[in-house]
Design a protein around this ligand. Structure first.
Ligand SMILES: CC(C)(COP(=O)(O)OP(=O)(O)OC[C@H]1O[C@@H](n2cnc3c(N)ncnc32)[C@H](O)[C@@H]1OP(=O)(O)O)[C@@H](O)C(=O)NCCC(=O)NCCS
Length: 149
């Protein structure tokens, strides 16, 4: 069964390996340790019987959530793990009363765009040549929250 937990330093070595599998420009293990020490950063790990199979996180900066990454091991994709991670970030953003969650995604990454759209993110802009490996543009996708009450 997939469980979503707050990421801890114990998860970092496995997450750094997962990162290498999932991204062309992977973050180093040190970057994840730095994120664990960053008070603005909130990360979640998806676990299957204790094995790290995905992660997602954002920075809480002045009422705005900046999503840094969402990733799921290839053999666990299309089983709702990415959705569970995004749902957890949205629930947390609501608890923190954030106004928006925002992120960048490669224009070619239709899978991730679909996932985000499913959770109410909309394309609100783009950043030209955002990715340094191939000079690809990014879409800026944003999920806004309506204040309750
Ligand atoms: C993007 C990613 C996180 C999705 O994770 P996932 O666990 O497969 O997502 P889910 O199973 O919850 O899928 C949710 C929805 O996203 C869309 N989706 C996911 N993968 C898709 C694909 N390969 N093609 C088309 N749509 C896709 C579908 O709408 C899907 O809903 P459905 O399965 O009911 O049709 C995963 O593909 C991944 O890790 N990719 C590499 C890293 C990456 O690009 N991260 C995003 C950086 S911005």
């Amino acid at each position: 069964m997939i469980e979503i937990t707050r990421m801890t330093r114990d998860d970092v070595p496995e997450i750094a390996e997962l990162e290498k599998i999932c991204f062309m420009l992977p973050w180093s293990e040190k970057s994840f340790h730095d994120e664990m020490a960053n008070n603005l950063a909130i990360y979640f790990t998806a676990k299957d019987n204790g094995k790290c199979v995905g992660y997602a996180g954002f920075w809480n900066v002045s009422g705005e959530g900046d999503v840094t990454n969402v990733a799921v091991l290839p053999e666990y994709r299309r089983r709702g793990v990415g959705s569970s991670l995004v749902a957890e970030m949205i629930k947390t953003a609501e608890k923190l009363k954030l106004e928006i969650l925002t992120l960048e995604v490669r224009k070619s990454n239709a899978a991730a765009q679909k996932l985000y759209e499913k959770f109410g993110f909309e394309i609100l802009g783009e950043r030209k040549r955002y990715y340094s490996d191939n000079g690809e543009d990014a879409y800026i996708m944003t999920r806004t929250f309506t204040p309750k009450g």
